[in-house]
Design a protein around this ligand. Sequence first.
Ligand code: DX5
Ligand code: ZN
Length: 216
Amino acid sequence: MKHKIAPSLLSGDFLHLQRDIEMINNSEADWLHLDVMDGVFVPNISFGFPVLDAVKTVCKKPMDVHLMIVEPQKFVHEVAEAGAYMMNVHYEACLHLHRTVASIKEAGMKAGVTLNPHTPICLLEDIIQDVDMVLVMSVNPGFGGQYFIEHSLDKIRRLKEMILRKGLNTWIEVDGGINPETGKLALEAGADILVAGAFVFESPDPTRTIQELKEL
Ligand code: DX5
Ligand code: ZN
């Protein structure tokens, strides 16, 4: 499969979200990545369900929702209603991850499990068969525009090995500090989807930048 690009709206212009979403609609982006933060799981607050509901009315790309919140299992219904294609929950935020993954799928969404930089791949050994995607955080979650943590490449490689060893086709998404250089390394390590926020939205021509990432 050709890799996918999921621009993160976190680095968009919040006064002109419709304009930015239409730019993504008309670009080579595959998904739109949406970062929900609660100020508890991560030291920042971004936007919540009313914003997702509004995004849904304009967005023509599948919505890849990344929940950086405690107790994400409480909001499966809201995320589904907001039109999410993929619901990503953090491993660290889920006491009953198996149940949460099942309820995400029952609600008609794909289920993604996200790992913080310190969370080892081996913890997925008994859940990976049930998840559609693993989101490897290559920065500490909470803010856009941070530097890619080099060790993430080793994690991606070991995750890919686990997926192949089990005969699965689970997607690997990488989020944080992606630019053409780190993106290329992540793809070589086994990533399938690249999230990019600051690199896309702070570039002079975001549409062209998305194309550049798609061509890696
Ligand atoms: C960080 C978010 C990311 C963020 C990535 O907590 O999960 O999705 O938008 O931003 P960049 O690409 O700027 O590192
Ligand atoms: Zn994210």
